[in-house]
Design a protein around this ligand. Sequence first.
Ligand SMILES: [Fe+2]
Length: 287
Amino acid sequence: MPIRVVPSGASCGALVYGVDLSKEPSKDVQCALRAAWLTHQVIALPDQSLSFEDLERFALSMGPAGQDPYIESIAGHPRVIAVRREADEKTPLFAESWHSDWSFLDTPPAGTALYGVEIPPEGGDTLFANQYAAYEALPAATRERIAGLVGIHSARRGYAPNGVYGAADRGRSMAIVYSESAFRIQRHPIVRRHPETGRAALFVSPGYTIGIEGMLEEEAQSLLTELFVHQSEPAFVYRHRWTPGLLTLWDNRCLVHRATGGYEGHRRLLYRITIAESPALARTGEV
Ligand SMILES: [Fe+2]
């Protein structure tokens, strides 16, 4: 069956038909998937029926194994984590702030694959915002102002002992492990060049960017807030609707994303694998 790529019509996102990931994809199919991924930033393959081994093989075809600090993997599959919420769960929604996955790492992951298993009949959409488009739409004066600036990233707001998922977070079904290590910081250019496409993208998020190097707190927070408001304007956002069996792959280097709720009373379960940057590309590109 030929591969068919259907763009979402929004700023990013496409559905991809004609690939069965329960079988090892040929090199040609892998290249086509990578091309679609780099073009549309988030691609989704409906109606898959995948074992954990299938999911792991697919992730490896897209890049090296990534790491997942603060979330325990499922038994027997050290790369797979469960994104889970029980029907009666009352904890704050997981990942409701805009973010790029694990951007507080030295080399943040290139991509994330997420496979829908139990999907509520309504709610639970994932929002993706195109950060190439967000950067390109900035006023010239703002682009000049942020050129060469370095953002300070940290996991503390979520994963420190006093974070959203810290010691006071009780009754959560996801296997989150908070840690003092979340207070560490990592620096990344606010405008980062995508190592594969060469395009400039905004690389900040309210989830993980806590300051700007060399800038006073008040000025930094003011500028960051301006960027946070801009980066998730509706013009850049694609609303991703889940279905059981939908395998979704997004590019953390040119997108921010966030979870949404609206499915109280329903269980939701997806399996996730993080895809690291290829060593040859693992450099931070300042624009
Ligand atoms: Fe995420």
